[in-house]
Design a protein around this ligand. Structure first.
Ligand SMILES: O=C(O)CCC(=O)C(=O)O
Length: 275
């Protein structure tokens, strides 16, 4: 197991339900943190484990200060696979979401370069809701586990969440991860109580946020990159809902997917946990 077991408490669940996010104790030990940091190095230099191809073609952005992000790193890296498919992670997600089983929707490998004080928006992640991208999923009862591979706070571009925003439902046009003007997005979305809460994490801790919770992140002004591995998790019985806005995961269902089909192909949506 790559993830240290932790039994979610009633108080943790209450926190998650009220705030839309919850910060775990340290779940990744120091050796595994180092292996995941090495995994980043391998992924960005296109050294792949196994015989598969990455989910999509990727290359380093031209701007060295721009955020780097790859989805489904688990396809090409064994360390990432071990963490994002870990049963203990699934158990915690099942308890927080009050579900009986948990599968991987997809993962993300995210690298935010340090700017060493240079002001730029290139590393920003715009205020967004994850479910803004995932409307083909039959449920918004999904969770993102953001694992810090170094101590993380606002100085190195750590995430912020908007307290309680998961109670706002799916907000129109909230698929704004790549829009980097935070103030403009705030003006668009802050139509209700907008309370920004920094996710302050020690290396190896994880923040679990609900798929409807607004979140984003600003510049990393330090001289060290901010590295993370992220698991997006769904209930085991999630199925395809027919909506206008599609998602690449549909390609993994079938060539001609049909609404109602479950995202249950183990080779693409592995089960982490079943009660
Ligand atoms: O890494 C970040 O700053 C944001 C990541 C994010 O949006 C997510 O994990 O859902």
């Amino acid at each position: 197991m790559s993830v240290i077991p932790y039994q979610v408490t009633e108080a943790d669940k209450q926190r998650f339900n009220e705030d839309g996010y919850w910060i775990s104790p340290k779940l990744i030990d120091d050796d595994t943190i180092q292996r995941l940091r090495d995994a980043h190095e391998r992924v960005w230099s296109k050294k792949h484990d196994g015989h598969g191809l990455p989910f999509y073609h990727y290359s380093l952005p031209e701007n060295p200060l721009a955020i780097r992000k790859l989805d489904n790193g688990w396809w090409i890296n064994d360390e990432i696979r071990a963490v994002v498919t870990d049963r203990n992670l699934g158990h915690m997600a099942a308890d927080l979401l009050n579900e009986d089983s948990i599968r991987l929707w997809h993962d993300q490998v995210i690298y935010k370069p340090g700017t060493d004080g240079q002001e730029t928006k290139a590393g920003n992640v715009g205020w967004h809701q994850d479910y803004g991208y995932w409307k083909v999923s039959s449920t918004s009862n999904m969770v993102t586990v953001w694992i810090a591979l170094q101590d993380t706070d606002l100085t190195n571009g750590g995430m912020m969440t908007i307290l309680g925003s998961h109670k706002w439902g799916a907000v129109e046009g909230s698929d704004t991860f790549f829009e980097q003007d935070m103030s403009k997005l705030k003006a668009k979305f802050a139509t209700r109580d907008w309370v920004e809460e920094p996710c302050i994490l020690k290396a190896g801790q994880a923040s679990f946020h609900h798929a409807l919770t607004f979140h984003g992140s600003g510049p990393n002004l330090t001289n060290e990159a901010r590295l993370s591995v992220v698991a997006h998790l769904m209930p085991g019985d999630t199925y395809f809902r027919d909506v206008r806005q599609k998602h690449d995961n549909l390609r993994l269902l079938a060539g001609r997917p049909v609404p109602g089909m479950r995202f249950d192909r183990e080779e693409y949506f592995p089960t982490l946990y079943t009660r």
